[in-house]
Design a binder for this molecule. Structure first.
Ligand code: ADP
Length: 495
């Protein structure tokens, strides 16, 4: 039996999952690590924590799997995206803490770019809506705030990288400074069309080219695991951003296929094939992956508050004791009784983009109880996802045939069934819901010839499909009422 190890470096934990050649999970090890909040709105990670937690997870997972290291054919690395690191090319020593994707410190840089009229230019070149999330402004901030760092960056003595890039450097013993096209597409420095670092964006953000990594395909051997780690060199055969990995792990290989990850927020990606689809609804165009030099593109959208609304129900309202209880409450009543929640706690994202919106609970009557509120919370997750999916369908031009789902909240059958009901298409949960790690393993296994395209397709298996049960009239009525509720949430705060 052959194996692939997937290293999944997330925002709060580093994990390693070992898959066998059937695509089955053999062992998992996970280490949480420290979040650093130096100031309100700032988020950092200690690069040494990222490295040591990830290294340990690999060693521990291999130990738990109880397999011979020589049977591990490949290693894949998938990662929290956009988080920005800088390190010395020679020593590998980091010059600053990692600036995490959530960190808002560069919002003024982005505001300035918008004021200077660069929004369209950035969107055209990168597919992105300019935002402090993306690595470009974070790297600029690091260079602007440390003249010695900028000088060294100009002289080629410093490497910039996202987490994939940094881990690739560390795991190969400093042998490579690379990233892949999916991670590059989240920097706001990468030209989606030409598939290269964009000189104009580098000029606008004042980034020297010497600091940037080489951009590799998403499935290819980028280097060998340093022999001192497991006693043997193993090909590191894929770098891929976590959401792109999940799209691959859901086997959404064809244009028009989409996945939704239901976690704290929701992350939706739709494969749009070899075409860059430009959104007229505020979605971003991004990479799906790049294989054998050929780019496949995607549309991406997210829901800010999804599972987080269930946490709110539990921790703030204290209407439930556990997330799973929301399902029993929702199912204890025959319908929503006309109650709708719009959890615009931090404003509304795609397709509304209203930062002044706030949450509303509407349609209450004397008979409304906690079951109605719980049900409204779950339905709101599906409605918000539907809004993003409808934007995608609109931009792409054809309806989605089926939605593949993963993430913690897919444990909720009520939510999944309701999603299918209002989408009017099947919602399908796979057997292996660890789709991010699986996608990373599949991309790495593909690069070393462990799986061909037919075999990759066969690894994905459906566990359960939810078929729509609403009539088109019922679905339209619900969606219309939801949109009426959204109208009441819009433009609420005035600061
Ligand atoms: P993340 O990766 O964002 O931390 P997970 O994929 O682990 O998220 O999912 C956790 C989220 O899913 C939490 O916000 C939680 O409230 C929600 N969740 C977990 N189980 C259920 C459930 N049975 N019903 C509804 N929501 C759930």
């Amino acid at each position: 039996m052959k194996y692939v190890a997937a290293l999944d470096q997330g925002t709060t934990s580093s994990r390693c999952i070992i898959f066998d050649e059937m695509g089955q999970i053999i062992a998992v090890h996970q280490n949480e690590f420290r979040q650093i909040y130096p100031q309100p709105g700032w988020v950092e990670h200690d690069p040494e924590d990222i490295w040591s937690s990830q290294l340990d997870s690999l060693k521990m997972a291999v130990e738990k799997a109880n397999i011979d290291v020589k049977d591990i054919d490949a290693i894949g690395i998938t990662n929290q995206r956009e988080t920005t690191l800088v390190w010395d090319r020679e020593s590998g020593k980091c010059r600053a803490n990692a600036i995490v994707w959530q960190c808002r410190r560069t919002a003024p840089i982005i505001e300035q770019l918008k004021t200077d009229g660069y929004t369209e230019e950035i969107a055209r070149r990168t597919g992105l809506v300019p935002d402090a999330y993306f690595s470009g402004s974070k790297l600029k901030w690091l260079l602007d705030n440390d003249p010695a760092l900028r000088a060294d960056a100009q002289n080629g003595k410093v490497c910039f990288g996202t987490v994939d890039s940094y881990l690739a450097y560390r795991f190969t013993g400093g042998a490579c400074h690379v990233t892949d096209a999916t991670n590059a597409s989240r920097t706001m420095l990468f030209n989606l069309k030409t598939q290269t670092w964009d000189a104009e964006l580098m000029r606008i953000l004042d980034i020297p080219s010497a600091v940037l990594p080489e951009v590799k395909d998403t499935s290819c051997v980028i280097g060998l695991l340093d022999k001192s780690i497991l006693g043997r060199e193993i090909p590191i055969a894929s770098l891929v951003g976590d959401q792109h990995a999940a799209l691959f792990g859901q086997a959404c290989f064809e244009s028009g296929m989409a996945k939704n990850t239901y976690g704290t927020g929701c992350f939706l990606l739709m494969n749009t094939g070899s075409e860059i689809v430009r959104s007229s609804n505020g979605l971003v165009s991004t990479m799906a992956w790049r294989l054998d030099g050929k780019p496949t593109y995607a549309l991406e959208g997210s829901v800010f508050v999804a599972g987080a609304a269930v946490q709110w129900l539990r921790d703030e309202l204290k209407l439930i004791q556990s997330a799973s209880e929301s399902q029993y409450l929702a199912e204890s009543i025959p319908n929503n009784g006309g109650v709708y929640l719009v959890p615009a706690f931090t404003g509304l994202g795609a397709p509304y983009w209203d930062m002044y919106a706030r949450g509303v609970l509407v349609g209450l009557t004397r008979g409304s109880g906690r079951a109605h509120i719980a049900r409204a919370v779950l339905e709101s997750i599906a409605f918000q996802s539907l809004d993003v999916l409808e934007a995608m369908q609109h931009d792409y031009g054809t309806p989605i045939k089926a939605l593949r789902v993963d993430g913690g909240a897919t444990a909720n059958d009520f939510l999944m069934q309701f999603q299918a009901n209002i989408l009017g298409a099947e919602v399908i949960k796979p057997k292996i819901t660890e789709t991010t790690a699986l996608g990373s393993a599949m991309l790495a296994g593909r690069a070393v010839g462990l799986w061909n395209d037919t075999e990759l397709k066969a690894i994905w298996k459906s566990e359960r499909a939810y078929s729509p049960a609403f009539t088109p009239y019922e679905a339209a009525k619900h969606i219309n009422d939801w949109h009426r509720a959204v109208e009441r949430a819009k433009n609420w705060v005035d600061d």
